[in-house]
Design a protein around this ligand. Structure first.
Ligand SMILES: Nc1ncnc2c1ncn2[C@@H]1O[C@H](COP(=O)(O)OP(=O)(O)OP(=O)(O)O)[C@@H](O)[C@H]1O
Ligand SMILES: [Mg+2]
Ligand SMILES: [Mg+2]
Length: 504
């Protein structure tokens, strides 16, 4: 597909959506057991070359690289926010990049500079520059009689002209950050580490591995040690490496791989200098993320600013401000709408859903009134087993159970359907149409808690309106406490509705 003369942000998002792997192909690969492997990295290097860059060019970005099952994005946000505050006070670093995934409200949120998502026009400009460079380079290689297939060939499948969605954005981010003169960039891995598109960086400033657990079982393996092997792949000889305390199986693998790579891996406890710092939410997992973020920022500043000296007794003011003023949308957010209090969290794994439910329970402790849940997770059959943990987590906090439970799809609006930034070809369209997953969730929840009033609704907008209606019936001091969780797409769509157009 050519750029078709389009130049706007919407054109770019449409072209980007055309790079999604369709559901049918994902299924076929799954059945054939095709997983990301070393060839994925080889291909990324070819694409990088085709946009005129060598891996050594990425050294200029002074990359902080973060992998982990949970807390990657939060850790990255802490590190970037600290660097931001440091810059305000010292003028160093000049420009801070932050590359994260997935997006919550708009695709361009994944590529930030100095805290802000890149502007729509800039996104479109760089998007099509990369698009055209890739097209022309492939043509030129073919014209010279080079076989562009052979280098990145995987199992006889020729390399596509352009990489798939997430990898395209990774590639584009390098182009953007180098053109814009970014001198430190914080990168969240997409899936895993070893074979993730972000792992073409050879000399990061530092690598950080956040909490490990089970997720992406098909790509990474079904045990925490297999998963740890992948995440350990971002540690590089000559770069600082940090992690936090992990379950023993994971810790062992990380250490073993660090030894093999001759990397000194520092295992951080909760940083004692965080005492008195208002890290939100006030939960252990977030203090671990913050501790990792601090260590990564320190490692970067040690390289970028010769006058920076680590203070082991106390965090500098810029660090405290960075931690306290960090903005990381869709995680543990509270929004009050009259007699209705929304709690929004994008948790979508077993452990993080328990965590999110406990956080919600804590928030509910001081309020009276019914509790409502809006939940979805699309395209993961195992998600039905996540529900037990949530029921148990609420009970264990002495908060009883949800009175109302709503399962909906990630389709944003009842009338207009998906916002462009959320179009997703990777899910089974028939299952969305029939609300298959949602009916399974409903059946399971009714078995777990026969007293709950469970409903299945087609869209996020319908679900929100349903809960808003509940709030019309509460009296006096009561409020409806609502939790929206299970998927970042759900949460992003919900924030878009709750805050209208200005959610970004
Ligand atoms: N260290 C942690 N351990 C367990 N749960 C966590 C941790 N950090 C964050 N969470 C939970 O996971 C949610 C997502 O956090 P975050 O965006 O930082 O993770 P991520 O690793 O980037 O996840 P994703 O897979 O969505 O990219 C948070 O809202 C919180 O509920
Ligand atoms: Mg994930
Ligand atoms: Mg993330």
């Amino acid at each position: 597909m050519a750029s078709q003369g389009g130049t706007t942000y919407n054109d770019a998002i449409d072209a980007l959506n055309s790079l999604q792997t369709p559901f049918a192909i994902i299924e076929a690969r799954r059945k054939a057991g095709i997983r990301p492997d070393a060839a994925s990295i080889a291909e990324m290097r070819v694409y990088l070359r085709r946009i005129g860059l060598a891996p050594s060019d990425l050294d200029r970005l002074n990359i902080i690289h973060v992998a982990g099952t949970k807390g990657k994005g939060s850790t990255c946000a802490f590190a970037a926010s600290i660097l931001q505050q440091y810059q305000k006070a010292h003028g160093v670093p000049r420009k801070i990049g932050l590359f994260t995934s997935p997006h919550l409200i708009a695709v361009r949120e994944r590529i930030r500079i100095n805290g802000a998502p890149i502007a729509e026009d800039l996104f479109a400009k760089y998007f099509f520059e990369v698009w055209d460079l890739l097209g022309k380079a492939e043509e030129a290689e073919k014209a010279q009689g080079e076989d562009p297939v052979s280098e990145g060939e995987r199992g006889g499948v020729p390399m596509a002209t352009r990489p798939i969605y997430a990898r395209y954005l990774t590639l584009m981010s390098y182009h953007v950050y180098l053109k814009e003169g970014v001198d430190v960039a914080v990168y969240e891995t997409g899936i895993g580490g070893e074979y993730d598109a972000t792992n073409i960086v050879e000399r990061p400033v530092a690598a950080g591995i956040s909490t490990l657990g089970i997720d992406h079982v098909f790509a990474l393996g079904d045990t925490v040690d297999k998963i740890a092997w992948h995440k350990a792949g971002i540690m590089k000889l000559g770069s600082a490496a940090f992690t936090i305390e992990q379950v023993p199986e994971a810790a062992k693998v990380l250490q073993k791989r660090a030894n093999e790579k001759k990397v000194e891996l520092k295992v951080l406890g909760v940083d004692s200098r965080l005492k008195g710092v208002d890290v939100r939410p006030d939960a252990l997992f977030q203090k671990k993320n913050a501790s990792l973020g601090v260590a990564l920022a320190e490692a970067a500043l040690q390289k970028l600013d010769p006058s920076f000296k680590q203070n082991l007794d106390q965090l500098p003011k810029e660090f405290v401000d960075g931690l306290e003023q960090v903005i990381w949308r869709g995680r543990c957010e509270v929004k009050t709408e009259g007699p209705l209090v929304w709690h929004v969290d994008g948790a979508h794994t077993v452990d993080s859903l328990k965590m999110a439910t406990k956080w919600f329970a804590g928030e509910c402790a001081s309020r009276q009134g019914p509790k409502a849940l809006i939940f979805n997770q699309q395209g993961r059959t195992e998600a039905v087993d996540f529900l037990d943990g949530m029921v148990a987590a609420l009970k264990s906090q002495g908060q009883g159970s949800f009175d109302h439970v709503v399962f909906c799809t990630n389709v944003t609006y009842a009338v207009t359907g998906y916002k462009r930034d959320f179009v997703n070809h990777q899910y089974d369209p028939a299952a969305i149409e029939k609300l298959t997953a949602q009916h399974q969730f409903a059946e399971k929840w009714s078995a777990l808690d026969p007293n709950a009033k469970v409903v299945v609704l087609p869209t996020i907008e319908d679900a929100i309106n349903h809960v808003r209606d509940l709030a019309k019936d509460v009296d006096g001091q009561e409020t409806v406490q609502a939790l929206i969780t299970g998927s970042l797409h759900l949460v992003g769509g919900a924030l878009g509705i709750l805050e209208k157009a200005d959610a970004l």
